[in-house]
Design a binder for this molecule. Structure first.
Ligand code: SAH
Length: 225
């Protein structure tokens, strides 16, 4: 890692630690895990943003990636990743590959990653990038993520990086008992809440609200738009 890049990363990590502290009242999490920070140090975020925004790649901000979509803010990415409590054995399903940045972090922390993106061009770009970076434990496919990836289920963790009106039932069904889902859900009032759900032995989902967030919408509701 060159000096300049390592300075940018240090500065981002400092900001992330501050954001974790400042939101702890809502999230219940005081600090980022060392494993999550290590993954953030390792994944070159500059490879996942458009060339024109290269200078912004290590800022704690969301950036446009085309097709009306964004690469999420690093703090939110770190928080969501941490909530999944991944181990090197975990099998993870991600809905909303986008740039593939979050996907790469999952690839660093989990055993197997399955990621679905509805915009075929974004899925193809992310797949190429992730392959170039050497992630052989990640599979990307294009399609409507609301149906999940039944052939690869059950998953230890599911992460959705676009906001839904409620939690798509197929995603809960594809979670193992004790498995975790992290998903932004419309509050029905204003904005969205990041929810953490843990599947119980009897197939129910225990959920708690973690933090107000802003995500692009999860498209492809059956019978909807
Ligand atoms: N984690 C990504 C976030 C991208 S924004 C990143 O940091 O780069 C959310 C993504 O979800 C967009 O790329 C959007 O096209 C995708 N998306 C929206 N609805 C979807 C659906 N039903 N199935 C799969 N992907 C969806």
């Amino acid at each position: 890692m060159n000096d300049k890049r390592s300075q940018y990363v240090q500065s981002l990590i400092k900001t992330l630690k501050r954001d974790f502290r400042e939101t702890a009242g809502s999230t219940g999490i005081e600090a980022p895990d060392e494993r999550v920070l290590e993954a953030i140090r390792k994944v070159p975020r500059d490879r996942f943003v458009p060339d024109r925004d290269m200078g912004m790649a290590w800022e704690n901000t969301a950036l446009s990636i085309g097709y009306g979509q964004t690469i999420s803010q690093p703090f939110v990415v770190a928080l969501m990743t941490q909530l999944l409590e991944l181990t090197p054995e975990s099998r993870v399903l991600e809905i909303g590959t986008g740039s593939g940045y979050q996907t790469a972090l999952l690839g660093e922390l989990a055993g197997e990653v399955y990621s679905i993106e509805v915009v075929p061009e974004l899925a193809a770009q992310a797949e190429t990038r992730l392959r170039e970076l050497g992630y052989d434990n990640i599979r990307v496919r294009s399609g409507n993520g609301r149906r999940g990836w039944p052939d690869a289920a059950p998953f230890d963790a599911v992460i959705v990086t676009a906001a839904a009106e409620d939690i798509p039932p197929a995603l809960v069904e594809q979670l193992r008992p004790g498995g975790r889902i992290v998903i932004p859900v419309d509050t029905g009032w204003y904005g969205q809440d990041l929810l953490l759900g843990i599947r119980t032995e009897d197939g129910q989902l225990d959920t708690r609200s973690v933090l107000p967030v802003v995500f692009v919408p999860l498209v492809g509701k059956e019978g909807g738009k």
